[in-house]
Design a protein around this ligand. Structure first.
Ligand code: FEO
Length: 397
């Protein structure tokens, strides 16, 4: 298939990775794409590459437009190997003397990945690259997603090549947001919640810089998923909201269970929250991937966690999600804990300790039930749920 011309003389020469289902621990049930872009002007520039095993496919895509040896310059916006893995192969094909434009940190990090002498050109502040009728400029975007990350902007076409920023793990022949519709927003939110949330303070600054700069943007081309062209400002505004950690009147009740007792508690607590008119989603951890749970946490005002006590500890899947969540640094949530136990019952306290470490506002002391809850216990869980729902509503008044 001939690569899509996304604008005159600009081609998406990337690839779809239809079958990937686990992207270093993130569930990619829609696959993903590694986008890269060829700009054909007096000089020919390639922006980013793809994962190593897709190098041939990408080079074939390029060859349908131009002989790859005619590429004059490569821009590497990000070192992570889903975008740079095929760089040595590409350079071998196009000529190892050709310059690779990257950030200063990119030059260091790419060297440490590929351990070979390539012609890295760290871009200076305000540096421009003239391709003929077009001009590229560069913007450091540290930690979106690695310290080496940068955006590249094509002035005349008003296109922002944003690397991981604004991406979604989504494979498809549809290359534009308007061809997919609203479904894409879940994938964009999931990407932010699982890849970028912990860098929210830096992203807020970046968004403010982009907005203040008045940069005209007609199209945002991330390195994963679809291109934003319908209303590029909408995804920028969504990043602003997500980076501010704005939440909705919503709770997630995340739990695991051994003999359904903690599950009974989860449902009674969720019913209590719903009774207060607050949206609530009970999520059984082993029925849902941790990256989908984090997507729900992204806009939830309260995170309620339930675990049985096993060997005096948290149930292992609950420890897993708490560790994962803590690393991603959701802030400003209400936290609550519950669980059934047999004789020692440490789990609720251990959950509270983790939620406190995340600086959540706790609804203490949590809810513990020995063995199987009776109707009185379930009434108490329902009341605990109502208390959580009230706390969510109080915050929004
Ligand atoms: Fe898509 Fe940070 O790599």
């Amino acid at each position: 298939m001939k690569p899509i011309e996304i604008a005159k003389g600009i081609y998406d020469v990337g690839v779809n990775d239809w079958n990937i289902r686990d992207f270093h621990g993130y569930s990619t049930y829609k696959g993903t794409s590694y986008n890269c872009f060829l700009i054909v002007d007096e000089k020919i520039a390639l922006i980013d590459t793809v994962k190593a095993e897709f190098a041939d496919q990408m080079l074939d895509n390029i060859a349908r437009i131009v002989d790859p040896r005619k590429i004059d310059v490569v821009v590497s916006n990000h070192t992570e190997m889903d975008h740079s893995g095929s760089l040595p192969r590409v350079m071998h094909r196009i000529g190892e003397e050709k310059p690779i434009y990257c950030s200063k940190m990119g030059a260091k990090n790419l060297s440490k990945h590929f351990r070979q002498k390539l012609n890295f050109h760290p871009v200076g502040k305000d540096e421009e690259l003239h391709l003929g009728s077009r001009t590229l400029s560069f913007m450091e975007t540290r930690m979106v997603h690695w310290p080496d990350s940068m955006f590249t902007y094509l002035k005349e076409d008003r296109i922002l090549f944003s690397s991981d920023g604004f991406g979604q793990h989504y494979a498809g022949y549809e290359k534009f947001d308007d061809q997919v519709g609203d479904e894409i927003w879940y994938h964009a939110k999931k990407y932010f919640a699982n890849i970028l949330l912990l860098y929210a303070p830096l992203i807020r600054k970046l968004i403010a810089t982009v907005k203040e700069s008045g940069l005209a943007i007609d199209m945002i081309c991330p390195d994963h998923g679809v291109i934003w062209r319908k209303d590029p400002g909408a995804i920028i505004d969504a990043y602003d909201r997500w980076a501010r950690q704005e939440t909705e009147a919503k709770a997630v009740v995340v739990y695991d269970t051994m003999w359904h007792s903690t599950e009974m508690m989860a449902e009674a607590i969720a019913a209590g929250i719903a009774e207060e008119g607050v949206a609530v989603k009970p999520i059984h951890i082993r029925s849902s991937h941790r990256s989908d749970i984090m997507t729900e946490v992204q806009d939830a005002a309260a995170v309620v966690v339930g675990s049985p006590t096993l060997n005096n500890q948290l149930f292992p899947t609950v420890a897993d999600i708490l560790t994962y969540m803590k690393g991603l640094k959701p802030l400003g949530r209400i936290g609550a804990a519950f669980g059934s136990y047999g004789w020692s019952g440490e789990a609720v306290k251990l959950i509270m300790t983790e939620l406190e470490a995340m600086k959540f506002d706790l609804i203490e002391p949590g809810m513990k039930v020995q063995y199987v809850p009776d109707s009185e216990n379930l009434d108490a869980c329902f009341a605990y749920g109502r208390q959580i729902g009230e706390a969510i509503k109080a915050r929004r008044e």
